[in-house]
Design a protein around this ligand. Sequence first.
Ligand code: PDD
Length: 285
Amino acid sequence: MTIYLNGKFMPIEEAKISVLDRGFIFGDGVYEVIPVYSRKAFRLAEHLRRLQHSLDGIKLANPHSDGEWTMLINELVARNEAEDQYLYLHITRGVAKRDHAFPNPPVKPTVFMMSNPLLTAPAALLHSGVACITAPDNRWLRCDIKAIALLPNVLLRQMAVDAGAVETILIRDNAFMTEGAASNIFVVNNGKLLAPPKDNLMLPGITYDVVLEIAAANGIPHEVRKIGVAEVFAADELLLTSSTKEVLAITQLDGKPVGTGKPGAVFAKLHKLYQDFKRDVMRAT
Ligand code: PDD
């Protein structure tokens, strides 16, 4: 596997960073995950825009222009084997003596990128749907920043794994649903697709935007608004989206069936439209 670190491409075994890197010491950095289909980065402009939003959120200057990122990303994709890949981009505030405050003057940020093969959900999973659990959203109030400090998300996801489920759906203030530990969540009630608003309490998902665009373009009734916890438990369907999982049906919640317990009609429609959209955008010659 060829990775990129601070200006150089190299085998992952050769990549080394200092133990004083602020990413290692403080989790002081941000990241992106970008899917690549047929060697083309999906929604690259949108991912780079979200990266800028995250960097602004932690007051770290962007080390590259969008043009430079695009060149580096294309080269990383070319140097790795899979046709479909997922890219991980990671920027930290760099290496400095341990002090919570920013290094002054600023030091060079650490820039790391790697690629892994992108394996989308197997047919059996699309057919059965996945199990989720719910838990209180105990994260900070800037969940719109794609921060590398992911300990709450790690612990919340592990709760799902320990319960034999794939994801934890997060409930803020015992009142409304925000998102999953590493995904966005949609609710379907009475044929209408409901999505929580992109505020400071959730990551503005790139897949989330695609799903809403597809719904709008295909006449699927939808609404963006706060979703109460009771609506989650009364849902006819629940959907999970992310760059690596695309669109999945959630068919069990806290051990009970969601709706009929099978992937529903809105999921089937959106999943097909999502695949069509990908094919049209990415595989068109
Ligand atoms: N996670 N919410 C959270 C907290 C996430 O970590 C992610 C993605 C999403 C979905 O965003 P997108 O559709 O842009 O992937 C929502 C990535 C895949 C990860 O951390 O690996």
